[in-house]
Design a protein around this ligand. Structure first.
Ligand code: NAP
Length: 316
């Protein structure tokens, strides 16, 4: 059985993945990076998006006739989900020990930073004793989270634990203790209207592309902040830039962009109320994610459901 590694990350994963597969009793496999060699022997493809000359490489899966599944090293699968040559199950990365914890930490850190206005003191060391400006407490602050999935839900739960008033929005109806969960178009409007800090943890699909645009951004309260850890195309950049310039949006903390790396000339680098981070909110650590991939391969071989099955029609 061949496991084809269609990703630039092979050197990092090779040893860990082999060890994890052997540890859980998967034997007689060959891990390869050679896409054209004995295609009929390939049972699994491990995938991450690749760029050539700044353009995303589109893979052709059609000639792997015995392919059981494609396993993504990333949680975001918008680059592959619409690939019409993909005829087998697609499994996205769900890595609670690594990726999810990183995302919780990153979102928590930036929410607290914005909530407490920590930048004012870090960037304003000018000799003035501004003791009159007192930081608020979390229970006085409303945070909205768009996306209550593998990443959004635990972020919401942690923010609630600290004391924030948390509103969440998802496609389907949800019940999460102490969190006001909404869904549907009216639910979105409600969450936007109340969110002083809005966190984006949605996947990029036809339905979510440019969900923050001229119209929807207007609904956010004046002086609200946005944290985007989902995907760049969830936001219409021009609309956000207008709102940042007018001061309606106080701050945007952006980890993901329509074009990555973000162009040196992009206004986001220059706007004083934008924080750019280079798609580092939640890395996929090799050790934990190799375990996830190995277990999913084992489950698939044994005819069990893997963790992270993508609904190809829904797009996530
Ligand atoms: P997930 O488990 O699939 O959850 C997605 C959530 O979004 C679900 O709650 C889903 O609603 C909701 N949703 C999807 N389409 C919607 C729609 N049209 N309207 C309302 N809600 C909708 O995904 P995840 O693992 O949490 O990851 C979310 C995204 O984070 C990824 O797709 C990726 O783009 C991004 N990400 C970023 C980084 C980074 O470093 N910045 C790292 C990892 C992932 P239901 O629950 O009702 O289905």
């Amino acid at each position: 059985m061949k496991i084809l590694f269609l990703s630039d990350l092979f050197t990092y994963y090779k040893e860990s993945l082999c060890n994890e597969l052997l540890k859980i009793g998967v034997k007689n496999f060959e891990l390869t990076t050679e896409p054209n060699n004995l295609k009929n022997d390939v049972r699994f493809i491990i995938y991450s998006p690749t760029q050539k000359k700044g353009k995303k490489v589109k893979r052709d899966f059609s000639s792997y006739n015995n392919l059981k599944a494609v396993l993504s090293l990333y949680a975001g699968i918008e680059d592959i989900v619409g690939n019409e040559t993909l005829k087998c199950p697609l499994i996205k990365m769900i890595d609670n020990d690594g990726l999810t914890n990183s995302m919780i930490e990153w979102c928590l850190a930036h929410t607290l930073r914005l909530h407490l206005d920590i930048d004012r003191h870090i960037l304003g060391q000018d000799g003035l004793w501004r003791q009159k400006i007192k930081p608020p407490i979390a229970k006085e602050r409303t945070v909205g989270i768009l996306g209550l999935g593998t990443l959004g839900k635990p972020v919401a739960v942690f923010l609630k634990k600290i004391g924030f008033k948390v509103f969440g929005w998802s496609r389907t109806k949800k019940k999460i203790e102490h969190i006001k969960c909404l869904h549907g178009p009216e639910g979105l409007k409600y969450v936007l209207r109340v969110s002083e800090i809005l966190i984006l943890l949605l996947p990029l699909t036809h339905e979510t592309r440019f969900i923050l645009n001229d119209e929807s951004l207007k609904l956010l309260p004046k002086n609200s902040s946005i944290i985007n850890a989902g995907r760049g195309e969830l936001i219409k950049d021009n609309a956000l830039i207008k709102k940042l310039r007018s001061g309606h949006i106080k701050n945007a903390t952006l980890d993901v962009f329509q074009q990555e790396p973000l162009s040196k000339k992009h206004p986001y680098w220059i706007l004083p109320n934008v924080t750019v981070t280079p798609h580092i909110a939640a890395d996929t650590p090799v050790e934990s994610s190799a375990k996830v991939i190995a277990n999913n391969i084992k489950n698939l071989i044994e005819g069990k459901l893997p963790n992270g099955m993508v609904d190809l029609k829904r797009g996530y």
